[in-house]
Design a protein around this ligand. Structure first.
Ligand code: C2O
Ligand code: CU
Length: 493
């Protein structure tokens, strides 16, 4: 028992293939889209979030056991306000330890969810915990996570982050939205209310008994069973869920809508487009990225989203005749994974929204400001005689810092890869300086906390390490790569 988990697995193919569900799948575009409920505070700026086992009806008529924050998948949405220090009291009623991470949060280290900072189960945990990491902050049954929220309006999310077990825990349902709002964004004439729709996109496969099929772990999560599925490329399912519903359908008025997209999948990348495309001009106008609003809107015909990335995009359904069925398709999928959801343009309505040509201001960091350049290689490799995912030849070693940026310093980090790896840094948002020796790509704009690296591609990012001193992680956000070692610690000093 303990932390030595699924990191070491037998060598097998590194290009994931799709798990097939073992029960009949419903036809697409039948289940209505739900928007996760907004969590009510228990006191001003204080929330309570309980992780527990529950059952959900995800496929119609099928009961699926989940692990959910407040027993739901996705968890409830936490609405946050810039500058208002907010406490989330997390209680762990699951049978295994948890770690909560606010992804995209500028969070002090003790509340950031370092992967060994466990919250042990309320009842009966006999597993180990701090074997490798004497500095781990272990809590029993609950912890207060404190978020100062000294940061711009942005779509964040929270999810489990336990060392070696993030993949299976998130797959079982431990993920939800957190939305930071501020006055700057509120002042813009963007679509809001029910015309602002958060979409948490995931893929899952279902076992014959209705449970989520995950290829390697048993419920006790304490052993490494024989792996037969091509697991090292990451777990891919054949059912696309949006806000926990399979290929849902949603009625919209023929007006502008703001889609706040999050790829919460363990390993799947998407390229989203609209079918039919609008008669005139590109389908999407991107207004924001991981770290909030862009300076100026950017039009795209399709949107590429790697795991953990967010895109804030406006779609004007007013360009379609009433009665049109508009499918959000995934150009990187085939068969059941080739479509995501459908919008039904139901009626005309008044629309006094607009997309201002100037949205916000983003401080641009310049190469000349950087004091240090660091290189990290994200590659698979051998750990002993087993297969692992490594950063510059090392697997995650809790407590060992591979970089010590000085508080306030600007640094350039260069990433090289063998395959697709979405690289995520905790604490900071960064700007992409270059991709493959050229200009940043079409989706690299604005402030990012996760960057989608392609095979053989080198990406340079620049950021200022300000906010807090202490230890944080950066890692591949393919959850299976992360669990199999592709994570490292940086210590802000
Ligand atoms: Cu989305 Cu280290 O996390
Ligand atoms: Cu990876």
């Amino acid at each position: 028992a303990g932390l030595g988990g699924p990191r070491l697995l037998p060598t097998h193919t590194s290009t994931g293939s799709v798990l097939r569900s073992a029960l009949p799948l419903p036809p697409p575009f039948q289940v209505p889209l739900r928007v996760p409920r907004v969590l009510a505070p228990v006191a001003p700026d204080r929330y309570e979030l309980i992780a527990r086992e529950a059952e959900a009806e995800i496929l119609p008529g099928v009961r699926t056991p989940i692990w959910g924050y407040d027993g739901t998948f996705p968890g409830p949405t936490i609405e946050l306000r810039r500058g208002r220090t907010t406490t989330v009291h997390h209680r762990n009623d699951l049978p295994v330890p948890t770690v909560v991470h606010l992804h995209g949060g500028r969070t002090p280290p003790e509340s950031d969810g370092y992967p060994t900072d466990l919250v042990l189960p309320t009842r009966g945990w006999s597993g180990g915990h701090s074997r490798h990491d004497p500095a781990a902050r272990i809590a029993h049954s609950s912890r207060d996570y404190v978020f100062p929220l000294d940061q711009r309006a942005a779509l964040l999310w929270y999810h489990d982050h336990r060392m070696d077990f993030t993949g299976p825990a998130v797959y079982r349902g431990l993920a939800g939205f957190a939305v930071v709002r501020d006055d700057e964004e509120d002042a813009l004439p963007l679509p809001r209310g029910d015309r602002e729709i958060p979409l948490l996109i995931t893929d899952r496969a279902f076992a014959a008994d209705g449970s989520f099929a995950y290829p390697s772990l048993d419920p006790s999560l304490t052993r490494v069973p024989g792996v037969t599925e091509p697991y090292t490329g990451g777990v891919l399912g054949d059912v696309i869920l949006v806000n926990g519903a399979p290929w849902p359908v949603h009625e919209v008025s023929a007006t502008r809508h703001r889609l706040r997209l999050l790829n919460a999948s363990n390993a799947r990348r998407y390229e989203l487009s609209l079918d039919p495309p609008p008669p005139d001009g590109p389908a999407f106008v991107q207004i924001g990225s991981d770290g909030g609003l862009l300076e100026r809107p950017v039009a795209h015909g399709s949107l590429v989203l790697a795991p953990a990335e967010r895109l804030d995009a406006v779609v004007d359904f007013g360009r379609y005749p009433v009665g049109t069925e508009v499918t959000l398709v995934n150009r990187l999928g085939t068969g059941t994974t080739g479509h995501v959801m459908r919008f039904r343009v139901a009626r005309r309505d008044r629309d006094d929204t607009a997309i201002p040509p100037r949205l916000s201001e983003v401080e641009r960091l310049d190469r000349a400001q950087a004091t240090v350049t660091r290189d990290f290689a994200f590659r698979s490799g051998l750990l002993g005689d087993r297969h692992g995912w490594l950063i510059s030849g090392r697997a995650f070693d809790a407590g060992h810092a591979v970089a010590r940026p000085r508080l306030g310093d600007v640094e350039i980090w260069r990433f090289v890869t063998d395959l697709h790896h979405p690289i995520h840094l905790h604490l900071v948002h960064f700007q992409v300086l270059a991709r493959g020796g050229r200009e940043p790509g079409p989706y690299d704009g604005g402030l990012k906390d996760t960057v989608d690296l392609g095979p053989g591609e080198a990406v340079e990012v620049i950021t200022r390490f300000d906010g807090y001193r202490g230890r944080y992680v950066f890692h591949c956000h393919n959850a299976e790569h992360e669990d199999m070692g592709m994570m490292a610690t940086f210590d802000v000093v």
